[in-house]
Design a protein around this ligand. Structure first.
Ligand code: ADP
Length: 467
């Protein structure tokens, strides 16, 4: 019979008592009858008292056992409710105390876990954690997004999930030798992303040291997406190379002609011609430097616009005058649609003047003699004015249309230089329009002409009749 220890004790105790009293009863029955009955009564009383006594003894144990079971399942809420002052009471108090401490510890651990999960979720850097077998324990949302990982990477080797041997080796090195490493990785499959990776081992707690010869109990790899930085670095390098190249060409020419003049040509008939070439290239240098300064000013943090409302027709009148001479030289006509004087834009008049001048200057430059240029402006919705400058010039190939707003991008470099272009005009236009919250784009047909569009904020309280 599989009885608990206390019950076994009780049964043994009763059996012993019964056995003793049976012998006593047997002896009394043969020698004195009344004693038999009194012994029987005392036997019943002893049995009853014994039962009560044992119940009192075993009850705290049962309660403690019940409480321990509830503690193990984590469902213990109440106290043990043993109020005696003896050892049982002391033990119950100690268990209650332990229960409170345990609950506090569990709460602390889950609070820390919540903090950690929130941090990992909010991080822009990708995080990968592996255990001592170099198997993935977790990856955060950022890494899943950066590397387009599936959500089922847990318990896989990093090589399986991320497919990079350098990373795999770094992780194994961190676990086996405690070696921290930092390196850059490029992932052609994830859109050519460049990531800076830092791998560090996770130190074991004092009780875990020496397990299976591993130095660390895992490793953490942090991934920092530096693709944008790399891109900017490349743009900067290209820009410096372009500027140097653009400056070198006129400088070389100026230097060459000056040396020739100094070597004796100064006294010859060609001297004025040479000086004109020098002047042309010096002007070109000045134009490049001016455009570069304008660009750097617009791109700088100190750049700010002087916002003011002004009638668009006034501005168009002014800028048309700037290019009139050049247009007349090529017998190009400049017309404009009827733009009511009530159509007012809001923006920095000086900078917007530069936008018009650059676009009109290009239209004149890239249009043949007797060509036509037309300017128009229409309201677009509640807040915008759309301006267009159309020419019937040489046009722009479709493949170049998306790139002409880049710095130094020219469809035909020779022609642009010949016409005194720097390749920066449209880039300046784009920056100014974007600073006004507008958009700029071009449509063109090769050999037939181009139209440049841009939008401007409309003065909010103007009511305009359509032109
Ligand atoms: P550039 O000083 O060379 O004119 P821009 O930045 O103003 O530089 O223009 C970039 C390039 O866009 C020009 O070199 C030219 O190839 C092309 N482009 C600009 N405007 C026109 C236009 N109206 N017609 C044809 N091509 C144009």
């Amino acid at each position: 019979m599989n009885l608990p220890f206390q019950r076994k004790l009780m049964v043994l105790f009763i059996f012993l008592l019964l056995f003793l009293l049976l012998i006593q009863g047997y002896l009394i029955y043969f020698f004195k009858k009344p004693l038999f009955f009194s012994s029987l009564i005392s036997l019943l009383i002893i049995l009853f008292l014994g039962y009560i006594f044992l119940r009192i003894l075993t009850q705290p144990i049962q309660r403690m056992r019940e409480m321990a079971r509830r503690l193990a399942t984590g469902s213990s809420e109440r106290e043990i409710q043993i109020y005696s002052n003896d050892e049982w009471g002391e033990l119950a108090k100690a268990v209650d105390e332990m229960k409170i401490r345990l609950r506090e510890k569990i709460e602390e651990v889950s609070r820390e876990r919540d903090y950690l999960q929130t941090i990992l979720k909010g991080m822009v850097e990708g995080v990968l954690v592996v255990d001592e077998r170099a198997r993935i324990l977790m990856v955060n949302d950022a890494l899943q997004k950066i590397l387009s990982l599936s959500s089922e990477v847990v318990d896989k080797a990093p090589l399986e999930a991320i497919r990079n041997t350098e990373l795999e080796e770094a992780i194994r090195g961190a676990i086996k030798e405690g070696k921290n490493s930092a390196f850059e990785l490029t992932f052609p499959l994830s859109g050519g992303k460049t990531l800076e990776v830092n791998v560090v081992g996770i130190f074991p707690s004092p009780g875990e040291i020496g397990k299976e010869g591993e130095k660390m109990k895992g490793a953490i790899a942090v991934f920092h997406d530096i693709s944008r930085l790399k891109e900017l670095e490349k743009i900067r390098q290209d820009f410096v190379a372009n500027v140097s190249h653009e400056l070198r060409t006129p400088l070389t020419t100026i230097k060459g002609y000056t040396e020739t003049l100094l070597d004796g040509a100064l006294k010859e008939d060609v001297a004025p011609q040479f000086l004109q070439v020098i002047q042309k290239h010096a002007d070109r240098l000045t134009k490049i430097v001016e455009d570069l300064l304008a660009l750097s000013k617009i791109e700088s943090k100190e750049f700010y616009l002087k916002w003011e409302p002004f009638p668009l027709s006034d501005l168009i009148d002014d800028v048309s005058d700037f290019v009139r001479e050049a247009a007349q030289k090529k017998k190009i006509s400049i017309s404009r649609s009827i733009i009511p004087s009530s159509l007012e834009a809001t923006g920095d008049r000086n900078y917007l003047e530069q936008v018009f001048v650059n676009l009109l200057d290009n239209a004149v430059k890239y249009t043949h003699e007797r060509g036509e240029i037309s300017i128009s402006a229409v309201e677009k919705g509640e807040r915008e004015i759309q301006v267009s400058i159309q020419d019937n010039g040489i046009g722009i190939p479709q493949e170049d249309l998306s790139r002409i707003f880049e710095r130094f991008y020219r469809v035909d470099k020779g022609r642009s230089q010949e016409l005194g272009g720097t390749g920066l005009g449209l880039s300046i236009v784009k920056h100014i329009i974007q600073a006004h919250g507008g958009r700029v784009w071009a449509e063109s047909q090769l050999g037939k002409g181009s139209t440049f569009y841009f939008t401007l904020p409309k003065r909010s309280d103007t009511i305009i009749s359509a032109s």
